[in-house]
Write a protein that binds this ligand. Structure first.
Ligand code: ADP
Length: 190
């Protein structure tokens, strides 16, 4: 089983690339953002709980995310691999993920970080706001999400560097070029 974590700030292009990687390798793509947005749009109890938090650009609680991920691994017990997109986002989530994967007997294989400068990120997110109408893509909320990233998620870089799992790929260019760079790193790691 190959467990890939796609890492990077909001707007780095994780979602786009995760879909392509999962398709090519026949792995299961898990986007916690998509899972949460689906709960919100269906108005489930979980969705009602997280709606305001997400719209403010804050992080949903570790407890909820861990619960979600546990059910993901149960649901896809036969998967050949996973592309995790948007999880883990805090040190606590990363540690809990390690515990879950230990139980499955397949640790994290690779953490691939998409490197994109902050100015480009904000431009992309503002553009997406117009195209997709996501409620958390307003300028104010984008700023918040970047702050959350710097504060809570960036420390994961050191966590995975220590485990020698962290690799970077330049995330600016055509979708296909970036995908090629990612694919090369994955091939080297397998
Ligand atoms: P982004 O474009 O910021 O990568 P996502 O679609 O991954 O956006 O996530 C959207 C929102 O969903 C986040 O701002 C956060 O509120 C919530 N969320 C998604 N994944 C997590 C997570 N692992 N931990 C906490 N909150 C999360």
């Amino acid at each position: 089983m190959f467990n890939l974590i796609l890492f990077g700030p909001p707007g780095a292009g994780k979602g786009t690339q995760a879909i392509k990687i999962a398709e090519k390798n026949n792995w299961v793509h898990i986007s916690t953002g998509d899972i949460l947005r689906a709960e919100v749009s269906q108005g489930t109890p979980l969705g009602l709980k997280v709606k305001a938090v997400m719209e403010a650009g804050h992080l949903v609680s570790d407890e909820l995310l861990i619960e979600i991920m546990e059910s993901v691994f149960v649901k896809h017990a036969a998967a050949k691999g996973f592309v995790l997109d948007g999880f883990p986002r805090t040190l606590n989530q990363a540690q809990e993920l390690d515990k879950m994967l230990l139980k499955l007997g397949h640790p994290v294989s690779l953490v691939l970080s998409l490197e994109v400068n902050e100015e480009e990120l904000v431009n992309r997110l503002l553009k997406r706001a117009i195209e997709q109408g996501r409620k958390d893509d307003t300028e104010e909320v984008i700023k918040n999400r970047l702050v959350q990233y710097h504060h809570h998620t960036k420390p994961l870089i050191d966590y995975y560097k220590e485990k020698k799992l962290f690799k970077e790929v330049y995330g600016v260019g055509t979708m296909d070029d970036i995908f090629l760079s990612i694919s090369k790193v994955i091939e080297k790691t397998r």
